[in-house]
Design a protein around this ligand. Structure first.
Ligand code: THU
Length: 132
């Protein structure tokens, strides 16, 4: 597997990350995905003074995809500020799982461009999913 994430997704995730609203954690995250229609949807984390109301970058990208009428994630890049590579949180793994197959490759990138890639099935084994 190539270790190079889709450039267009990296650019879109980075742009979304610049707009992250993260005054509490100061941890800025961007996510961009490509859907089955070929379009790119991006999101950033949006925090809230009532902490649990904050939303993750992945959730924003997924909401944009669904609002536009798409529902299959074919590729996804997540980027966070700093050296850390932001693997999706447990809740986001489940949210991604709703709209993707276990062989989806998730690319996690830091601001230096270092990339780690893993499949959804690897990081969310034995997932819960219903046939719809
Ligand atoms: N965050 C994301 O946006 N995506 C993740 O998968 C992990 C965490 C955000 C939530 C919160 O705004 C900040 O990172 C710190 O947890």
């Amino acid at each position: 597997m190539s270790n190079t994430p889709d450039h267009e997704l990296v650019v879109a995730a980075k742009a979304a990350m610049q707009n992250a609203y993260a005054p509490y954690s100061k941890y800025h995250v961007g996510a961009a995905l490509r859907a089955e229609n070929g379009k790119v949807y991006a999101g950033c984390n949006v925090e809230n003074a009532a902490y649990p109301e904050g939303t993750c970058a992945e959730a924003g990208a997924i909401a944009a995809m669904v609002a536009d009428g798409a529902n299959q994630i074919r590729d996804i890049v997540i980027i966070a500020v700093g050296d850390n590579k932001a693997a999706p949180c447990g809740g986001c793994r489940q949210k991604i799982n709703e709209f993707a197959e276990p062989d989806l490759i998730i690319s996690v990138v830091n601001t230096a461009g270092d990339t780690t890639r893993f499949s959804l099935g690897e990081i969310l084994p034995h997932s819960f999913k219903l046939d719809v």
